[in-house]
Design a protein. Structure first.
Lengths: 283, 235
């Protein structure tokens, strides 16, 4: 290990410009990846915000007993898919409608709107299938007159969510592959600069593993440094968006930053392993 | 297997390159423990090919190469690395690391093979003394003459106590005085028990000794002789 670290440090000291270029290249390729990540994250957050509004409203017949409705609401709240079930009386429904409609608030008269049980679903159960399943279950309750949940709207939202998810995965993978290739090409320059040393190592009996280790360490360090650079640039980009375009972008949380840096390190190691492995196979 | 230890053996070995064709045809010979043998022949005759096959830099197209009990064809890359630790390899162009001192170049061969750190300095000093360069331990290759650089390369080849020294034109880049001195060093090494397999163009050098000569022509071994002392030219 001591030798591995010494060799990696020596490589940086011998070619500091090449190393700086390597970190910068890795930083920019990871920055492109991080920018994409930020866009994907913000789209996901926006969709989550919309998804939270998915609600099933079970309208109650006029003559239903208040105690029965409350019991039913408690029963519904215990469904696996349900986060919350709230009883909304006719008066509360009227007040809410007036509040939501603002200047048209006087179109409703007392007694026009029925009481309801408003049902919010847990995350992960807001897809059309689960919403429809809960709605049909609720509909079987004796005093429930009608159930509404914006079937078409939920289906479209779900399609959009799926599309965003698949696009994120595909583009994310593509960006990651491009980043690994760029990192590999960058490390390959370091490998080429040390080709003579590697050939001598082979001649005197060094194993491939021994030769590979300092390069993997080099890739790891460059991956982490490149990741930090990419993080700083992404943060600066988010600040620019906020300050000049007044768009409040959601930034990576701590867990994501740690994952991102580990990802950068892994990409550095993978790119490095690929570059040095290719060189060793040619010897 | 024990018989093969410390020995190089070629059995009907041929080597064909995809672009340049046959470089070696049906070569069979053995190098015994402690033996000194020259490989001679014109450029392209197959001398370097034999040496590359002997240190498993190339695999034979046909036939079998056995070195130190290991056989070509069933060796992993790790096996090749292990065998090379028991060989000393020297080239015409020295192949030293320009940014490291003479002693660092020699220590390099020990470090990369996992020799314990506390043993390195003493082993490096021993071989530097053996090649007569103890006073140049701290010199960079560019500060040394061609002959001295080749001595450092030989010291690096010796530091792992090889059973055979494989030398590819070791005097090819040297003037006559340096040639004589490097060759004498190789003879001393051989006299101490290490086998030497040396490819050379320098027929003067070959004619002056009673060492075995394996002559190649267009990839074939055309003669394999050991001259008698009487046949040698008088010095």
């Amino acid at each position: 290990m001591r030798l591995t670290i010494r060799d990696a440090v020596l490589a940086v000291r011998k070619a500091p410009l090449l190393s700086a270029l390597g970190v910068t290249t890795i930083g920019f390729s990871l920055f492109a990846f991080a920018l994409f990540g930020l866009v994907a994250l913000n789209i996901r957050k926006a969709l989550e915000g919309v998804e939270e509004r998915v609600e099933i409203r079970a309208f109650i017949v006029d003559n239903a007993r208040v105690e029965s409705v409350a019991t039913a609401a408690n029963e519904i709240a215990r469904y696996n898919e349900v986060a919350k079930a709230t009883v909304v009386t006719a008066d509360e429904a009227l007040e809410r409608a007036r509040r939501e409609l603002g200047e048209f608030s006087d179109v409703f008269e007392a007694g026009v709107l029925p009481a309801s049980i408003d049902i919010r679903l847990k995350p992960g159960f807001r897809d059309p299938r689960n919403v429809a399943a809960v709605a049909s279950r609720v509909k079987t309750i004796e005093f429930v007159d009608d159930v509404r949940y914006g079937e078409e709207w939920i289906a479209q939202l779900y399609r959009l969510r799926n599309l965003a998810g698949v696009t994120s995965v595909v583009l994310g993978l593509a960006f990651a592959i491009v980043a690994v290739i760029i990192i590999g090409a960058t490390i390959r320059m370091t490998v080429m600069a040390r080709a003579r040393e590697i050939s001598i190592m082979k001649l005197v009996g060094a194993t491939d593993g021994f030769i590979r280790r300092p390069f993997l360490l080099d890739g790891l360090v460059k991956g982490v440094l490149g990741g930090l650079l990419a993080l700083a640039m992404s943060w600066a980009a988010a600040q620019v968006l906020e300050r000049y375009l007044h768009f409040h972008a959601v930034f990576f949380d701590q867990r994501m930053i740690v994952f991102g840096l580990i990802g950068g390190a892994l990409m550095g190691v993978l790119g490095s392993g690929y570059a040095v492995g290719r060189h060793l196979r040619q010897l | 297997m024990a018989d093969n230890l410390g020995m190089i053996a070629f059995f009907n070995v041929s080597k064909e390159y995809p672009r340049s064709g046959l470089a070696l045809r049906d070569a069979t010979f053995r190098l015994a423990k402690g033996e000194f043998a020259f490989l001679t022949g014109a450029s392209g005759a197959g001398k370097s090919t034999i040496l590359k096959l002997a240190y498993f830099d190339e695999a034979p197209t046909a036939g079998e190469v056995r070195v130190s009990g290991m056989t070509s064809g069933d060796m992993s890359r790790r096996d090749i690395a292990r065998v090379r630790r028991r060989l000393g390899i020297v080239f015409q162009d020295f192949r030293l690391l320009d940014d490291r001192t003479a002693e660092a170049n020699i220590a390099f061969a020990l470090e990369v093979t996992g020799v314990r750190h506390d043993q390195i300095a003493s082993r490096v000093n021993r071989v530097l003394n053996q090649v007569g360069l103890a006073s140049k331990a701290k010199a960079l290759p560019k500060e040394l003459s061609g002959g001295e650089q080749q001595r450092v390369a030989i010291a690096r080849a010796l530091v792992n106590d090889p059973f055979v020294l494989i030398a590819d034109e070791p005097t090819g880049n040297l003037d006559e005085k340096a040639t004589r001195s490097v060759f004498q060093l190789l003879r001393d090494i051989n006299a101490a028990g290490t086998a030497v397999l040396m490819a050379t163009h320098n027929l003067d050098l070959v004619r002056r000794t009673d060492y075995r000569r394996i002559e190649l022509d267009q990839g074939r071994i055309v003669s394999d002789t050991t001259p008698t002392r009487e046949a040698l030219p008088s010095a």
